[in-house]
Ligand binder design. Structure first.
Ligand code: ADP
Ligand code: MG
Length: 619
């Protein structure tokens, strides 16, 4: 019996609200919910028992759009009209994906800018967000059909390495599909939750999540402690997955490579037949020793050991990624407490054995590997629904967030690995007299100079009333909400002018770049420190020059020409040092200029006070 309440005022029945857990995959997508009676997560299945919806969209004649198994049939027949792997395009610009342009059989628009990519199907253009929303809409409709109740809320999973742009895009896709996206959750976090890890507050574990799907491979190392999931490292290969195993079989049977396939086969549908049979063989050999089939009147066969010799080099690659992930996390193999298998391709016995051997541990494979992420999303949804009251699930920020300050330095407001939701604020001021606006540039990354980090957004706080430099108090606050989306607010406290933005990132970052950014921050700390101190010295010198210049101009009438000339000569020296000097030389130049100009300033100050006194009538 489902939990049903009666609204006493209206007499209508109220069912406990359903929050869907959605795994929006590169190859397959699916929905899971918490069963109202058993309180266990279950995957939603059609009458025929199928749960997976292929993440494929076909644009037919007219406005006919189909999603899933039906659309998949057009992959070879109408490649230009059939969109797959849209997840790879989420939050990306053409620049980001151009190296893999040949991978996409449909048209990805090259507008030669940093703006987000579009895909052309027929005479229409679609953003990856719209395309993903078609998949999500299909999932929502299916869920409503199966559950016989409206589904308006969801938790959607994304890879741990997804950056803000990609998370935001996923969230927008949900919104467009009519879903209120309560939370974006990392896939490895969801997989851990499905296995019940992290559900106890006193539990502390280090977990490796090995996810080999249809086209991508991810390995994530998580530290779970006190209900907090911290991503210690991620690695993988965004172009390695089940499809590569299928291709290896195809090549074994026909000798055709991707490049030669077009001429090798008499028709596209023949190629499609071969591809599907190759995948069938692969799946069959996960549970049997021998496969045999007929394609176009010819017999083809494959035994398990031959398949394993074809698969071995690909599996070896995943092991190399695991090694790199461990070394990035600074962990040894024996420090990993659990290894979790995720993704359809981990059904291959050779994969399980190889991974188990590498980690020297029995892997967690009791849950269905293509369902485990969705199941975990349902667990997370249940926690959000408040049904698991003493449990608060937290996530963390993958990279530091900050703003650009003088000299192009990164001022971090929210450090990497902060628990989210998380907020921080700091006060800044103007550099020039009468400055009426301040530009706020938001960056993400670990390096000391913003130019080595990634710019997320930029906006101007305008309308600051005229005040001397250093007078306005501009408070900048950052808030990362529970989905990992950043809201930046700026407020001038004296005048009350304020402005805020939700960070809609300007361009995407490839997975390799995120990793590279983390890696660089580890490998360049000395260099960064040196750059930071010289930059700080230069900034200080620039301010000093500016102040001195203003002083001389304002007080030219009260200074001797020789005094001005002497001051100017030291100013010129400092200008020179800013360009060529070391940090210590710049610092020394600042002090010299200070020494020279201080007595004049003091003298003028005395005179000014004297004048003011003279003007005052003392009675
Ligand atoms: P994604 O996360 O990329 O959407 P999935 O986790 O759904 O992908 O994995 C899909 C891949 O799993 C496909 O390449 C499919 O052929 C493969 N797969 C599914 N079942 C098996 C099996 N029994 N043996 C080997 N590979 C399998
Ligand atoms: Mg997946």
């Amino acid at each position: 019996m489902a939990t049903i309440g009666i609204n006493i005022a209206t007499g209508s029945l109220q069912q406990a609200e359903i929050i869907a857990g959605i795994d929006l995959g590169t190859t397959n997508s699916l929905v899971a919910v918490i069963h109202p009676d058993t309180r266990e997560p279950v995957v939603l299945k059609e009458f025929d028992g199928s749960a997976l919806v292929p993440s494929v969209i076909h644009f037919g004649a007219g406005d006919q759009i189909s999603v899933g198994e039906q659309a998949r049939e057009y992959l070879v027949k109408e490649p230009q009209q059939t969109i797959f792997s849209v997840k790879r395009l989420m939050g990306k610009s053409y620049q980001d994906v151009k190296d893999h342009a040949s991978f996409f059989t449909y048209k990805v628009i090259d507008d030669n800018t940093d703006s987000l990519v579009k895909v052309q199907a027929g005479d229409k253009f679609y953003s990856p967000v719209e395309l993903s929303s078609f998949i999500l809409k299909e999932l929502k409709t299916r869920a409503e059909h199966i559950l016989k109740t409206p589904v308006n809320k969801a938790v959607i999973t994304v890879p741990a390495y997804f950056n803000d742009a990609q998370r935001q895009a996923t969230r927008d896709a949900g919104k467009l599909a009519g879903l209120d996206v309560l939370r974006i959750v990392n896939e490895p976090t969801a997989a851990s939750l499905a296995y019940g890890l992290g559900m106890r507050k006193d539990e502390a574990k280090t977990v490796a999540v090995f996810d080999l799907g249809g086209g991508t491979f991810d390995i994530s190392v998580l530290r779970i402690a006190g209900g907090i999931f911290e991503v210690l490292s991620t690695n993988g290969d965004t172009y390695l997955g089940g499809d590569d195993f299928d291709r290896a079989i195809l090549r074994h049977w026909t000798g055709a490579t991707d490049e030669t396939a077009a001429e090798r086969f008499s028709s596209k549908s023949e190629l499609q037949d071969f591809r599907l049979k190759a995948e069938e063989a692969k799946k069959h050999l996960s549970f049997n020793d021998y496969f045999e089939t007929e394609i176009g009147g010819k017999k083809f066969s494959l035994d398990k050991s031959t398949f394993e010799s074809l698969a071995a080099p690909l599996v070896e690659k995943t092991v190399d990624c695991c090694k790199a992930a461990l070394s990035d996390a600074g962990l040894g193999i024996d420090e990993i407490d659990e290894v979790i298998m995720v993704g359809g391709s981990t059904r291959i016995p050779l994969v399980k054995q190889t991974v188990g051997k590498f980690f020297n541990k029995k892997v967690n494979d009791t849950l269905n590997p293509d369902e485990v992420v969705a199941l975990g999303a349902a667990v997370q949804a249940d926690i959000l629904a408040g049904n698991n009251k003493d449990f608060l699930l937290l996530d963390i920020t993958p990279l530091s967030l900050g703003i650009e300050t003088m000299g192009g330095l990164m001022d971090v407001l929210i450090p990497r690995n902060s628990k989210i939701p998380s907020g921080a604020g700091r006060q800044y001021t103007t550099q020039k007299d009468g400055q009426s606006s301040i530009r706020i540039s938001v960056y993400q990354g670990e390096r000391d100079l913003v130019r080595d980090n990634r710019k997320l957004a930029e906006f101007n706080l305008t309308g600051i009333p005229g005040m001397p430099a250093g007078f306005p108090k501009v408070e900048i606050s950052f808030l990362v909400n529970a989905d990992g989306i950043l809201v930046v607010k700026a407020k001038e406290l004296r005048s009350g002018v304020q402005q805020h933005i939700e960070v809609k990132p300007q361009y995407g970052l490839t997975d390799e770049q995120v990793e590279q950014m983390l890696f660089d921050s580890i490998t360049h700390p000395k260099e960064d420190m040196a750059v930071r101190s010289i930059t700080e010295a230069r900034t200080e010198a620039t301010i000093m020059l500016d102040t001195t210049e203003r002083f001389i101009t304002a007080n030219a009438a009260y200074l001797e020409p020789a005094e001005i000339a002497e001051t100017r000569s030291y100013m010129d020296k400092l200008v020179q040092l800013i360009q060529t000097g070391t940090k210590d030389e710049v610092q020394a130049g600042i002090e010299k200029l200070n020494e020279i100009s201080k007595p004049y300033a003091e003298r003028l100050m005395d005179q000014a006070i004297g004048k003011a006194m003279k003007g005052k009538r003392i009675e």
